[in-house]
Design a protein around this ligand. Sequence first.
Ligand code: SF4
Length: 371
Amino acid sequence: MTEKTNCLSVYLHIPFCRKKCSYCDFPSWANRESYMNAYTEKVIGEIESFPAGRADALYIGGGTPSVMPADLLERMIDSIERHFSFSAEAEKSIEMNPGTVCADMLDMLRNHGFNRISIGMQSGDNRLLRMLGRIHTWEDTVQSVRLVRKAGFDNLNLDLMIGLPGQHLSDVRDSLGKAIGLGVTHLSCYGLIVEEGTRLCTEIANGSLELPDTDEEREMYELCRITAEENGLKQYEISNFAKNGRKCRYNWNVWNRKEYAGFGCGAAGFLNEVRYENPRLLSDYLNGKGPVTNRISPEEARFESVMLGLRLTEGISEKDFADRHGMGFEEAFGEKMAKPIREGLLLYRNGILKLTRRGMDIQNRVLVDLM
Ligand code: SF4
């Protein structure tokens, strides 16, 4: 087994859910419990055939990792821990959904050094949760957080969604108040993306549901930003807010274009300037179909650095950029930077390139200019 010297982040994807939510196009399936054993074996095989190395972050996402039987999940975690040596201060984070959180699994995770739990609350309004096809109520979120606290976890993220059909500013205010009232150390506030082929997309297309308009959605986002900051949750990324020292390290590494290894169906990885993605279909993954790989050219790498780094409120340091790519911003982007700077969307000052507040709202526009 070859020893990698770079310190990696590790991602494990669990593609099982109790029920498919109406807006979801992630690689995740309901009623596939009979595949969980085979999936565990396949993932362990994938981990074992990967070069061993050091890691400073582990993120188990889904799907709903907490629907996995604890013994199967533990076998995959054991395999990751045998294969990667984690630093003492490594972040080990897992996603859970309300209604699927149980004390036994939390104890197992504590024993493996997990120190961060992320719960998909999405909303504090049961009417909106039903509309989204979520399996849980707001009361289930409260109960899940109680269990998480009882198991000794103090680093807790809640995910919230904005821009939902039938959602008003007052609903967002209420959900933020409820989430903050649960003592979170981290909040993620995501705007709904209506994906083709989902039930929600059909319901919007046939007029049975109506999205809030762009101005309303912007107000919701602004409310999230202000409320989070007022409660000591500092914005550090377009959709993410954290108390001091509680940024999500796994995501932070990804946005800083550090290397990561992804295991499981639909999982993505980035190693030695190659991005790969495992098959998104469970059957393809279980049948041994390999990943799709894409070698990143130096020009693409420069654009990726900016695309990811501009998500961060602190922006990108020119020194880091030059260390990675052997040139500064002006050489890399030249005239392309002038337009968004002139329009007040991009700031380039004291060796830092970052989006302005207005630029954060329309990041994609700025990226098109820089492309
Ligand atoms: S719980 Fe998450 S992954 Fe599962 S169906 Fe709902 S949105 Fe998709």
